[in-house]
Design a binder for this molecule. Sequence first.
Ligand SMILES: NC(=O)c1ccc[n+]([C@@H]2O[C@H](COP(=O)([O-])OP(=O)(O)OC[C@H]3O[C@@H](n4cnc5c(N)ncnc54)[C@H](O)[C@@H]3O)[C@@H](O)[C@H]2O)c1
Length: 395
Amino acid sequence: MRLERGAPVGVLGAGAMGSGIAQVAATHGHPVTLVDADAAALDRARAGIEKALRREVEKGRLDAAKAAEIVQRVRFYSAPAADGMGVFAECALVIEAIVEALDVKRAVFARIEAAVSDGCVLATNTSSLPIAGIASACTRSERVLGVHFFNPAPVMPLVEIIPWMGTAPEIAMHVRALVDGWKKVTVFSSDTPGFIVNRVARPFYGEGLRLYEEGIADIATIDWAMREVGGFRMGPFELMDLIGNDVNFAVTSSVFEACFFDPRYMPSITQQRLVEAGRLGRKTGQGFYDYREGAANPEPIIDRAMGERIFERILVMLINEAVDAVHWGVASRADIDLAVTKGVNYPKGLLAWADQLGLDWVLARLMELQEDYGEDRYRPSVLLRRMVREGRRFE
Ligand SMILES: NC(=O)c1ccc[n+]([C@@H]2O[C@H](COP(=O)([O-])OP(=O)(O)OC[C@H]3O[C@@H](n4cnc5c(N)ncnc54)[C@H](O)[C@@H]3O)[C@@H](O)[C@H]2O)c1
């Protein structure tokens, strides 16, 4: 079966991500086989897809007959009824979106491979695991790659396509073209920790936490600075509360460990304590802020000069991370800027922002921080130093 419009697609895991991915593929004309170990998850997935499509109809973006066709294109199977992975036998592409555990994903990939045809492409939606580690569970591992959607998949435009060192280049190109046809913005990332977005965005949270832990500003003021001075949609603390402090802390910890404890990615004890206290954010009613009925929350201190210092410090750390990602070949310049504007809604691409501010200005701010703290965390990327020395820009 060839990877083309209308080809059957399998999705394993009907949770938040799998159900959204199934909806996207069905919307773009693919018959979808959605499988989960838990029958209740499938019921929730069906209800979730129907609700999302109903909303599209109400908003006049989809007609009711089309919405019904989309739902009918999805077949739901709980794992016992899935005959091992036999229900995927006719699929041209299977996307896995189950629990984030390497040993479980490896076992499942071996089982899927045994059930599908030789031409079927196998993709994982993992956020943090090495694609190489998953692919090597397969015999024909050249057809395995990462296809990383963002949450919620039907809404977020970005998809990171992650070939591992053994993925056949033509398969990666085909998958990118297919997902482009699903009206997504695709970028290629190397198989490195956090891929593009979860790596480059780390300082947004990490440096915000650092400013707070050092007592330089309180959470409300830091959030205000990033919104009002920086033009970001949300500040780091409100965003961590929205994502869930457990999820955000786990991503930071995994990137930190996977980068052999590079101090740039060091997790925060403050956030760890929140997780230990069960204050996970909006979903538990308390996080950095208190979301319970009638709760009082801190007001920001509106001091423009302070706001600019906060914003500049977080921004230069983000830019340094983006420049370093270019240096290490994580992705192209264009894809890095697309990833942060489409994946995490930054107001500008970080490399374009660096050009606009002047690379020499960014370097000078980082060198001040490095001098002040004497920490490797603040080391400027070698590419930033070189570009300043040679008077180059990113555009
Ligand atoms: N939630 C996010 O924001 C997000 C974003 C991008 C990527 N991801 C990644 O997507 C994957 C799924 O995440 P999620 O948030 O949808 O999780 P989830 O917990 O909402 O859903 C996972 C589903 O997989 C099912 N499952 C677990 N093991 C299974 C197995 N062996 N066979 C069949 N079904 C099984 C569970 O019953 C559950 O319904 C993870 O790898 C995660 O890292 C998550």
